[in-house]
Design a protein. Structure first.
Lengths: 288, 154, 370
């Protein structure tokens, strides 16, 4: 179809290369979530709902700038499309500059998310580092919506500084509800910070869970995930029951462009969430 | 009293699995101590003649710096210990320790402990085996903090 | 039992005309600037005659012979992927109308082509790309639309090149798998082509073309030619489970040794008939009213390929070479059920410093044994 053939509000047949063509979406709302982080809610321009599983991601396009993979941060009702974005590159910077009503392109959702079904009737240990809380928020909302299906649920969250803690009001609500145990720590405290100082792996010793009946979900910088996962193995959680959300350069999101390969895995398609059992030997290899 | 401390110590994670006669030796140097929230437990450059075995509450380890206030670099909770400076000359605190909430600890008199360790190397070795992992863990934590993993990388 | 027929040289010209009559553009080898390349031709006369090539690690040279041969050179830097998995492709366009943006997928251009002189390894390479781009989940429509229409006129290799190792990759020199017609070129006593058909379309084209059944002697000569090629391979991959060998040696010091020579120029990935990686670039007009996204071939040797905020995941050349070679020979097996290498040797010939992946694999293998 040539561009001149497109008319306003025309519904365009996109059967060819459908997966590679973004659909039009709009920013519904946006708010700051720390010094260099924004959270935006997006809705499809045609109003169509988007079904996604916790841990999946979307490819967001800022027209004229480019496309980036952004995990879906979830929402209490499980259908809203919320994305937490940090200004780490041209596309994410442009995404952060979007205002309510602005148009953007959206492809997705893509990827294999968190194993929420396998977690049923188990204790769930969620370990987040920095922005890693974003893709885990959708699983937390899922658990809260189906709380009786899960055992003891614990969120261990490490942030850089108190000001960098994401979703502060949600975390306060989760704490208050007593549905999940929340323990936080920061790497670098200021004088006002009343909480723990140290790294997130230190929170594992005190966390309550039955090792043989626990499923752990980890997201954060790779170094943090490596140490958390090995600490969980030390506490006798089977590597098969430890899941990490991996990050690599995702471009096509359909396993065709080759960019996100991590060993034999196309992380966009086979991941981003994979078991530590699969990842452990690969995480040991530098620059894989 | 020593019997009571021996029972407290043997339940503490730091002394877990230690033979009872060794725990008894340690308990001979013990005393229970409480701090209210906000109270300083020790100060940088003071003589480190105490080794704290935390039973309840939280303690912030801090270094104050002009214009930036007292900066907490690590917090310690129940089941942990602090003050391992007791073991190594010149036995001096290198930070301030402040109770974050009402805190209970067993404080071990380091002079007493050092004397017993000199006299009984088995005791010294047992304590050393327990102090080393704490130091290694703290070193690892410190490295991870230095890496500033959550800092924006661009 | 495959029926083997014979085409005379003139019949081959008629066969090409029949393909053209059926709407196929002819893409065939040509000699350009001393190099065998693939491009559109109008007939048999455009094909190089009496051209042989000498291929060595980092070396390529063609020379004329007195033979009337049409296919005695082996493969050059081009492969058929440039006609199926396009080097550049617009994926979509978008335009802003007042304040509303409309997005339209860019329709893949239809292209009905007959590929003339496709070698055994290339038939297999096309099958490997089919697996990646059509048969492993999401279908790449732009590839499929061209692939579905492609007519493959293959040819058995009558000569082995200096960089070839298709025998050890079980992909040649005799054409097998998905092709329409396959030829064996025989020069003596007469210049003829044995032809076998492997599809209805192939059969249909052959029917329209004058041909006769091959004699037992002609068939024997054909077999002998292919057997001679097989016996003269320039090199071989070590006879072991390469996929396991490499996946168990990801930290081997030999990767650094290779990296000390590798220029990370990406030549090997560009000439490889199975490398499929792509990247995208968004463009817009200055008024920010018209936008489009273009896809183009990319290479795992490019630093940007593994870019993550903060830097490249594979910043060292060693890591990038390892990614290429282990993907091709090892993780491809996990991903798609077979090796991604067909043994055509292009990556060896066109490497400016002559890195030879069979030797590099052998070095790791020998060290393992030692």
């Amino acid at each position: 179809m040539s561009i001149t053939a497109i008319h306003k509000h025309n519904v365009i047949d996109m059967h060819d290369m459908q997966q590679l063509v973004p659909k039009l979406a709009r920013v519904k709302s946006c708010f700051s979530d720390g010094p260099d982080v924004s959270t935006i809610e997006v809705e499809m321009a045609d109003g169509a709902p988007v079904d996604y599983a916790p841990g999946q991601f979307n490819m967001l396009t800022v027209f004229g700038v480019g496309e980036a993979a952004i995990s879906i941060s979830g929402a209490p009702d499980g259908s809203r499309l919320i994305h937490t974005i940090r200004d780490v590159g041209a596309v994410s910077q442009a995404l952060m500059r979007l205002k309510p009503g602005d148009q953007l392109g959206l492809r997705g959702p893509f990827g294999v998310g968190w194993p929420v079904r396998a977690a049923q009737s188990k204790d769930v240990l969620i370990v987040a580092g920095g922005l890693g809380l974003a893709p885990l928020r959708s699983v937390l909302y899922h658990i809260l919506a189906h709380r009786v299906q899960f055992g003891v649920v614990t969120l261990l969250y490490g942030a850089r500084r108190p000001a960098d803690i994401l979703y502060q009001s949600e975390i306060a609500n989760w704490r208050e509800s007593c549905e999940i145990n929340v323990v936080m720590t920061v790497d670098h405290a200021d004088v006002e910070w009343p909480g723990r100082v140290g790294v997130v792996t230190q929170l594992i010793d005190q966390a309550e869970f039955q090792s043989q009946n626990t499923l752990a979900m980890i997201c954060g910088p790779e170094v943090m995930m490596r140490f958390v996962a090995s600490a969980l193995v030390d506490r006798e959680i089977d590597a098969e029951n430890i899941f990490l959300s991996m990050e690599r350069n995702m471009k096509c999101a359909i396993g065709h462009c080759g960019h996100c390969q991590f060993g034999p895995n196309f992380l966009c398609r086979d991941g981003p969430v994979l078991s530590y059992k699969k990842l452990r030997p690969l995480l040991k290899v530098k620059e894989l | 009293m020593a019997v009571e401390y021996a029972s407290m110590l043997s339940k503490h994670a730091f002394f877990k699995g230690l033979r009872s006669e060794v725990v008894d030796l340690v308990a001979g140097c013990a005393q229970e101590i409480e701090f209210s929230a906000g109270q300083y437990i020790c100060h940088e450059d003071d003589q480190a003649d105490q080794f704290y075995v935390l039973v309840h509450g939280h303690v912030a380890l801090q270094i104050a710096s002009p214009g930036r206030g007292a900066r907490t670099f690590l917090t310690i909770g129940a089941g942990e210990v602090f003050g391992v400076n007791w073991l190594v000359a010149p036995y001096r605190w290198t930070y301030d320790a402040k109770a974050l909430d009402d805190t209970k600890a067993v404080v071990l008199n380091a002079v007493c402990l050092r004397r017993k360790c000199e006299a009984d190397h088995d005791l010294g070795f047992e304590l050393m085996k327990r102090v080393m992992p704490v130091l290694i863990e703290r070193l690892h934590v410190c490295r991870i903090q230095l890496l500033d993993l959550y800092l924006k990388q661009n | 039992m495959t029926v083997i027929n014979v085409l005379a040289l003139d019949d081959l010209q008629i066969l090409l005309e029949n393909l053209q009559e059926d709407g196929y553009a002819l893409i065939a080898p040509q000699l350009q600037d001393g190099v065998i390349i693939y491009d559109q031709v109008e007939g048999l006369e455009a094909l190089p005659r009496g051209v042989n090539d000498i291929q060595t690690p980092g070396g390529y040279q063609t020379h004329k012979t007195k033979e009337p041969s049409l296919f005695h050179y082996v493969v050059g830097p081009h492969s058929w992927k440039k006609f199926l998995h396009l080097p550049k492709l617009q994926l979509w366009q978008a335009k802003k109308f007042s304040d509303e943006i409309c997005i339209a997928s860019s329709e893949p251009a239809s292209f009905k082509a007959a590929f003339i002189g496709v070698r055994a390894g290339e038939v297999k390479a096309i099958a490997l790309q089919d697996k990646v781009l059509i048969n492993s989940g999401v279908v790449d429509e732009a590839y499929k639309i061209r692939r579905d229409k492609a007519f493959i006129l293959a040819v058995d290799c009558a000569r082995a090149g200096g960089s070839c190792f298709c025998v050890s990759m079980q992909s040649g020199p005799s054409v097998e798998g998905n092709y329409d017609l396959a030829l064996t070129e025989i020069l003596t006593p007469n210049h003829i082509f044995l032809v076998r058909s492997n599809s209805e379309v192939g059969e249909k084209i052959l029917k329209k073309t004058p041909h006769r059944p091959a004699t037992a002697e002609e068939i024997r000569i054909g077999q002998e030619i292919v057997a001679r090629t097989a016996a003269n391979m320039g090199r071989a991959m070590p006879d072991t489970n390469i996929a396991n060998l490499l996946s168990q040696n990801l930290q081997h010091p030999h990767w650094d040794a290779i990296a000390s020579r590798c220029l990370s120029c990406a030549n090997c990935t560009m000439v490889c008939p199975t490398c499929f990686c792509t990247t995208v670039e968004d463009v817009s007009d200055l008024k920010m009213e018209e936008f489009s996204r273009e896809r183009r071939w990319d290479s795992c040797f490019n630093l940007d390929f593994s870019y993550l905020h903060g830097g490249a995941a594979r910043s060292s050349v060693a890591a990038r070479y390892r990614q290429w070679m282990t993907h091709k020979l090892s993780s491809w097996v996990d991903q798609f059920g077979s090796s991604g290498c067909v043994g055509c040797g292009r990556c060896i010939t066109w490497c400016p410093v002559g890195i030879d992946l069979t030797q590099e694999t052998q070095a790791i293998y020998d060290d393992q044994l030692g």
